[in-house]
Design a protein around this ligand. Structure first.
Ligand SMILES: O=P(O)(O)OC[C@H]1O[C@H](OP(=O)(O)OP(=O)(O)O)[C@H](O)[C@@H]1O
Ligand SMILES: Nc1ncnc2[nH]cnc12
Length: 252
């Protein structure tokens, strides 16, 4: 039996920025200036309603401020990461004015980048005794199942209210204005199981923290949360408190 929290240390395949992030936009801009992310600032107000475009240009990200030795690791960065990052499209003003929407549908069109994304997660989580991959609606349903199949875990959907047909347990979580709810089928997981929670993106962290609470309420050990993209300005990572978060790309 493995210890409750195994060390997910970085290795040569998956260099880290100190936090569990393996891509920084600053370094990416240096390497690929023509396909760098739009340099928006994101200022939180509430959930989606909130990624207001501030009228500034470049700004540093959390990843930019990590100590030099950690940055040096990225020189040997896995070449798959740059392709994944460049395959993600940013759509300004969707679904509301001021929001820079990180659109992963273009990543799904790039068969190599999509496969690399899944492979990077599988390389990290195989042999970690994970029996549950919990995917968050909607885009966690895209990345979760192939990872679950590859590591020999079951896939458990974490859904928005009134979508699951069976008996559910729910967890309400707060947005800046109002609340939302996440649901999971009763009996989908058993106490003592080890879970990975997967979504496409972490912004404020409210969604992931609700998923963690839901799983922990029924005695599941959440080994780690994983996302393709992090919006570091929104500090969602802090909301996960002591839970480890692994992301592939930081969007600034
Ligand atoms: O970290 P948070 O601030 O909680 O935000 C992250 C969530 O927001 C997005 O989903 P969205 O709410 O757009 O729902 P959808 O996947 O159904 O479109 C994203 O896919 C995450 O699930
Ligand atoms: N900027 C963003 N792009 C995509 N999904 C999001 N969820 C919350 N903020 C988002």
């Amino acid at each position: 039996m493995q210890p409750a929290s195994f060390p997910l240390s970085s290795n040569s395949l998956l260099p880290s920025f100190g936090s569990n992030t393996i891509f920084s936009p600053l370094r990416f801009r240096r390497l690929f200036p023509r396909i760098a992310y739009s340099s928006s600032s994101l200022v939180p107000t509430n959930h989606y309603q909130n990624y207001r475009l501030a009228p500034t240009t470049l700004r540093s990200t959390a990843s930019d401020s990590v100590p030099a030795p950690e940055m040096a690791l990225t020189d040997g960065q896995d070449p798959r990461i740059a392709r994944i990052s460049s395959a993600i499209r940013v759509i300004p003003n969707f679904p509301k004015p001021g929001i820079m929407f990180q659109d992963i549908t273009t990543l799904l069109l790039d068969t190599k980048a999509f496969k690399d994304t899944i492979d990077l997660f599988v390389e990290r989580y195989r042999d970690k005794n994970i029996s549950v991959v919990a995917g968050i609606e909607a885009r966690g349903f895209i990345f979760g199942p192939p990872i679950a199949l590859a590591i020999g875990a079951k896939f458990v959907p974490m859904r928005k209210p009134n979508k699951l047909p069976g008996e559910v347990i729910s967890e309400e979580y707060s947005l800046e204005y109002g609340t939302d709810k996440m649901e999971m089928h009763v009996g989908a997981v058993q106490p003592g199981e080890r879970a990975l929670v997967i979504d496409d993106l972490i912004a404020t962290g409210g969604t992931l923290s609700a998923a963690i609470k839901l799983l922990e309420r029924v005695g599941v050990h959440v080994v780690e949360c994983a996302c393709v993209i992090e919006l570091p300005e929104l500090k969602g990572r802090e909301r996960l408190v002591d839970k480890s978060l692994f992301v592939l790309v930081n969007a600034a």
